[in-house]
Design a protein. Structure first.
Length: 294
């Protein structure tokens, strides 16, 4: 199937199974009755086989963010992953994979794909997507083959439009706890939240200002607002307790993730709170994010 369309009276979204089950368009109706496209590149036709860089929203699996020099640390061994953003391997392996649609309804869909070479372990990934009233829920689950055990991390990477026509996007994270230090690579240390990194108050994230991973309390939503247009709350499961904020020139990326940058390496070095989780044949992993708008 080339394209999946889900629709209710408050939203219409398009998914591309051939391009990593990526979210290509998310058009939502605000409480004032206006319709807004939230994602960069969401308007117009899409090539269902290719997700252009910097558009839509894609899944990061089985790791989000950077993996230094493509070195995977797992089970006290190291493996080499493809370096796709020199000198690092970035955002996992499923972004360019074909996913299979196994169930499709008017407002929900289930898609699956396999973890396979170059990933050294056997596993399966399932994505469940559902529209319900003014909300979109995306849930991921990862299971391992019977004889396999491996670390996992997941995330969602939306490229939100910085302006919907009435004012630049504002970001507010009332559950913000700390920020991870990233120099040439992730150090595993937390650093003091300086003024420009303080998202406890509503902030306008400017171009080039953010490329940071925050620890957050999931009892609180991440609040994204376009003044005069729309308010969006991003809720996530308890194990999605980190948020990457990235501000390229053309978008604002607010990425709910289950682990920090280069988490598997840091975990192998004894760093705590990285978010690294191991799955095996008896212990799958599941996580979700839910976006609600008004």
């Amino acid at each position: 199937m080339d394209e999946v369309c889900l629709e209710n009276e408050y939203a219409r979204l398009l998914l591309s199974p051939l391009a990593g089950a990526s979210l290509r368009s998310l058009r939502v109706v605000s409480s004032s009755g206006r319709t807004h496209e939230l994602l960069v590149g969401g308007d117009g036709p899409h090539n269902p086989s290719v997700l252009p860089q910097g558009t839509g929203s894609f899944i990061m699996c089985p790791w989000p963010s950077n993996m230094l020099q493509g070195v995977l640390y797992a089970n006290e061994r190291t493996y080499k992953m493809p370096v796709n953003r020199p000198p690092n391997a970035i955002h996992g392996l499923t972004r360019d994979r074909e996913w299979c649609v196994v169930d499709l309804q008017d407002t929900s869909a289930r898609l699956t794909t396999e973890l396979s070479d170059p990933w050294p372990f056997q596993g399966d990934v399932t994505l469940d997507v559902e529209l319900r009233n003014r909300s979109l829920t995306m849930a991921l689950s990862i299971s391992a083959g019977k004889e396999h055990r491996f670390p996992v991390g997941v995330g969602w990477h939306p490229w939100f439009r910085p302006d919907l026509g009435d004012g630049r996007l504002q970001l507010h994270m009332p559950g913000q706890l700390s920020v991870w230090e990233i120099e040439q690579h992730a150090t595993g240390c937390s650093i003091e939240i300086e003024d420009h990194l303080n998202l406890l108050d509503k902030t306008v994230p400017l171009f080039g200002e953010f490329n940071h991973c925050f620890d957050v309390q999931t009892d609180y939503p991440v609040n994204i607002s376009w003044p005069g247009s729309l308010d969006l709350q991003m809720w996530s499961s308890n194990n999605v307790s980190k948020v990457v904020v990235y501000t390229p020139e053309h978008a604002v990326c607010v990425e709910p993730v289950s682990c920090t940058v280069d988490a598997f390496r840091l975990d192998s070095q004894g760093v705590s709170n990285t978010g690294t989780v191991y799955v095996d044949g008896d212990h799958p992993f599941s996580a979700w994010t839910r976006w609600e708008w008004q």
